[in-house]
Design a protein around this ligand. Structure first.
Ligand code: ADP
Length: 501
């Protein structure tokens, strides 16, 4: 509003100054013409008086100038410069300037002075000098100044009224918009909308502002949702982390407990093995005595004892033989777990298979078994472990044969860092549900129909696991069996590799 008022006032002042100046200049021109015409008339009217040397008539003519209140003085001079007639405005103490030969109108000493030669019949008969004060010009300037001032006041008042009306038209929507902005920034509530008060550019501005608010509102909502989801995920992760930590703690505790119980288990295992070893070793002596004395009894009493008594003695012999076998197997089993003081030796598995075949020569001959063995590696270990391993597997293949004469294949290969050896037979086979059970000590599938202690496969498993390998069976009932075991490839002795190469 101040800007509008200042602009209007400036424009008006400039216009006023322009008008006054223009009038000042124009009026000067007009005054020159007017005085020139007036001096002509007066000069013409005084020619007769000059010719007849009648100053009274000239004075009368000059006196007619009193109707022009701004004529200060007027004089008629004779050609010699002597004053002929004079008029002076009442109350004015003016002196006529000296006459000049040339006609002239000039502004001089704050007045307009006219010098006009008086000509009669082509001859100069005198000079008219007329002095006109500039009061009229000042009056006009004052009048115009007052008019401009009045117009100025009136126009400023009108501008003030008009702009205060226009101001409310323009400012109200802007104030409304500013209010909404302030409310939004204070409350962060983006659902607030500005009211559209007009259909003009300000209305468009309000619409654009509202659109911007609605898109901010959508973005704000999405942001809040994303924030909530992130907080939820964070709290879930924290919970999971806490529960993981709790689980880890209990796992660590369980581990510690397990380690303790493992240690005590290992200790009691060692004790048990030592006991089994000592017991099976020490029991052999009294057993041998029972066998020897029962045989002596049969010899001494031959022909004396009846049939039933000799059957009893025979049962004693069978029982002690079976017990001897059991003790021998138990001893072998306990020995595998025992610690060895000597360092491991290269063991040629081909020699081991030979040894096992020799030990089983009777059974092989009786059954007509055919054994095919691939070339096996030399490994680092103890021969006393590997002979029972192969002997048990080959012996079982013969013992649990089918109607066919046994055919045994020993093959070898490499699988991911392990040597794999397979002893395959064409025997009676094993139903899948027993595949893991048969490796448990004393677990037998065939009762006493086929003799055995049930320790053979337990010995095999113990040997293989002691060297870091694994043993399992692949078989179907009536389809033969594949006993497969692995040993770490690192066990292959260097010299054996060289030989192979
Ligand atoms: P056992 O002294 O009875 O032979 P093992 O531990 O050697 O004891 O074998 C456990 C059981 O596994 C045997 O009683 C037998 O039933 C079964 N078995 C082992 N080897 C074979 C095989 N090659 N074919 C079929 N059954 C077998």
């Amino acid at each position: 509003m101040l800007t509008v008022m200042a602009t209007a006032a400036g424009a008006m002042i400039l216009a006023g100054i322009g008008i006054i100046f223009a009038d000042f200049v124009l009026f000067q021109g007009y005054l020159r013409n007017d005085l020139s015409a007036l001096s002509h008339i007066i000069a013409d009217n005084t020619t007769g008086a000059l010719s007849f040397d009648d100053p009274t008539s000239a004075n009368e003519t000059l006196a007619s100038l009193q109707v022009r209140v701004h004529v200060v003085t007027a004089c008629v001079y004779q050609p010699d410069g002597a004053l002929f007639a004079k008029y002076t405005r009442t109350g004015a103490a003016a002196i006529c300037p000296a006459p000049r030969s040339a006609e002239d109108i000039r502004f001089e000493d704050g007045a307009l002075t006219v010098f006009r030669p008086i000509i009669h019949l082509g001859e100069r008969v005198g000079t008219l000098v007329l002095v006109y004060d500039l009061g009229e010009i000042y009056e006009r300037v004052q009048l115009y100044g007052a008019t401009v001032a009045a117009v100025f006041v009136f126009a400023i008042l009108a501008a003030f009224l008009l702009s205060s009306r226009l101001r409310s038209l323009i400012a109200t929507p802007i104030v409304e918009l500013a209010g909404v902005t302030a409310r939004v920034s204070a409350s962060r509530d983006y659902s607030v909308r500005a009211q559209r008060l007009s259909g003009d550019e300000l209305g468009l501005l309000v619409d654009a502002f509202n659109e911007m608010l609605s898109s901010i509102q959508t973005r704000d909502r999405e942001l809040r949702q994303a924030l909530l989801a992130r907080e939820q995920a964070l709290s879930d992760a924290r919970k999971a982390h806490d529960s993981l930590e709790a689980t880890l703690e209990s796992v660590a505790q369980l581990n510690a407990e397990l380690r303790t119980s493992n240690e005590s288990l290992a200790r009691s295992n060692e004790d048990l093995e030592r006991f089994a070893f000592i017991a099976s070793h020490d029991l052999q002596e009294p057993l041998r005595m029972i066998t020897v004395y029962s045989q002596l009894l049969v010899l001494r009493c031959s022909g004396v004892i009846d049939k039933q008594t000799s059957m009893f003695v025979e049962n004693i012999e069978n029982g002690t033989r079976r017990m001897r076998e059991l003790l021998a197997d138990l001893l072998a089993f306990a020995e595998i777990g025992a610690r060895f003081d000597q360092p491991a030796q290269p063991v040629d598995l081909n020699r081991v298979v030979e040894q096992a075949r020799e030990n089983l020569s009777v059974a092989i001959a009786e059954s007509g078994a055919a054994i095919e063995a691939a070339r096996l590696p030399v490994i680092l270990g103890f021969e006393s472990h590997f002979v029972p391993l192969f002997q048990n597997l080959i012996g079982n293949a013969i013992k649990y044969r089918s109607d066919q004469p046994p055919r045994i294949d020993i093959a070898t290969g490499h699988v991911e860092g392990y040597i794999q050896i397979c002893v395959a037979d064409n025997g009676m086979g094993i139903a899948p549900e027993y595949h893991s059970k048969i490796f448990v000590a004393f677990k037998r599938l065939h009762g006493q129909k086929i003799p055995g202690t049930g320790i053979g496969l337990a010995i095999c498993q113990r040997v293989v696991e002691r060297y870091g390998g694994r043993i399992w069976v692949e078989s179907e009932l009536g389809q033969g069996s594949n006993f497969i075991f692995t040993l770490p490839a690192g066990l292959i002795a260097a010299q054996a590799s060289k030989k192979d190469n």
